[in-house]
Ligand binder design. Structure first.
Ligand SMILES: Cc1cc2nc3c(=O)[nH]c(=O)nc-3n(C[C@H](O)[C@H](O)[C@H](O)COP(=O)(O)O)c2cc1C
Length: 333
């Protein structure tokens, strides 16, 4: 048995069935993928980050990002921006769209976002950050959470200070991505810094960064004492990772990793569900970003990936995926 176990996490009034969260991922965690991750055992799913300015200006494409299925609750919608007034208006729009939680992005290191004064840039600007949080909290009844980086560069730990501010402003949970912003998405998370932050916190802390399997999940929980885990890229390789981690933490036993057949079926199922919503052509275009994760490690993945970028219909996808089994690696399948 493990020393850490799965426990239901409560974020404000929202009770999750466990403490495992699908990370917000731009271009990936749309409704289709969130439904898949929910089936895979996630206790909370998050939208990709949505521009508060675009929401306020009623941009059609952005409004579509707010589509929520009745089958995916509880769902957290993440917004980004640098203007307190726009963030406040956007949070109201998010609440009206049926979200259970609104999350504020304080951790995105992408150039475009940072240049606009949003994302991780806000961690340098305490006054604006406080204004944004205060405006958002006051404008909605649903719980407000924030997602931060541990710091801007390695060795820096800004989390305890931001957490104190968040507590005063009635934020209900904080996600800490344990990698410094300069590291983007690579390198190891600083677990001792996350531990320090958890020790100073009086609200739930969700740890994130580098959780790829049962072992890394239990290490993260054990060494930081955080209340929940958020999983990003490993959930695209196996959306059933939440179920696997929950099983392991509750029983000490491991479930087998998904077979290739199962992973290919995830991809097919994703393409079919996305086609119902976007139409086949757009769905397959969007899948170009996601397919490499589903196919990671496949013996002939490079060849398949290259062809993937040319297909525009489900029929072509079926034909392409049938190639998988023609690899000598799968002779016995
Ligand atoms: C393709 C991609 C898109 C991402 N988009 C967002 C986003 O919209 N909002 C956000 O807060 N983080 C975003 N992230 C960061 C993830 O939420 C997560 O913090 C990061 O991937 C680390 O977790 P992991 O090591 O489990 O992947 C993104 C990451 C990736 C790889």
């Amino acid at each position: 048995m493990n020393s850490v176990m799965i426990k239901p996490l409560k974020i404000g009034k929202v009770l999750l069935k466990n403490n495992l969260v699908l990370a917000p991922m731009s271009g990936i965690t749309d409704m289709t993928f969130r439904l898949i991750a929910k089936k895979g055992g996630a206790g909370l799913v998050c939208t990709e980050m949505i521009s508060s300015n675009a929401l306020v200006h009623k941009d059609n494409k952005t409004k579509k990002m707010l589509r929520i299925s009745k089958d995916e609750h509880p769902v957290s919608v993440q917004i980004f921006g640098s203007k307190p007034e726009a963030m406040k208006e956007a949070a109201k729009i998010v609440e009206d769209s049926g979200a259970d939680i609104v999350d504020i992005n304080l951790g995105c290191p992408a150039n475009k976002i940072v240049k606009s004064g949003a994302g991780v840039r806000l961690m340098d600007n305490e006054k604006t950050t406080a204004d944004i949080i205060e405006n958002v909290v006051k404008s909605v009844k649903i719980p407000v959470t924030i997602k931060i980086r541990i710091g801007r560069s390695e060795g820096e730990n800004l989390a305890p200070h931001i957490i104190k501010m968040a507590e005063k402003l009635e934020v209900k949970a904080v996600t800490i991505h344990g990698r410094a912003a300069k590291l983007q998405h690579s390198g190891k998370p600083d677990l001792s810094a996350v531990k320090q932050a958890c020790e100073s916190a009086n609200l739930p802390i969700i740890g994130n960064g580098g959780i790829i399997n049962e072992k890394t999940a239990s290490e993260f929980l054990e060494s930081t004492g955080c209340d929940g885990l958020m999983i990003g890229r490993a959930a695209i390789e196996d959306p059933g990772i939440f179920e696997r981690i929950e099983y392991f933490l509750n029983t000490g036993k491991t479930k087998p990793e998904p077979s290739w057949e199962k992973r290919i079926n995830y991809l097919k199922n994703h393409a079919e569900t996305a086609s119902e919503y976007y139409g086949e052509k757009v769905a397959l275009l969007r899948l170009r970003k996601i397919a490499p994760y589903y196919l990671k490690g496949l013996p002939n993945a490079t060849k398949i990936r290259a062809s993937f970028n040319k297909i525009v219909s489900l029929k072509e996808l079926d034909e392409l995926l049938s190639m998988v089994w023609k690899s000598p690696y799968f002779e016995d399948v």
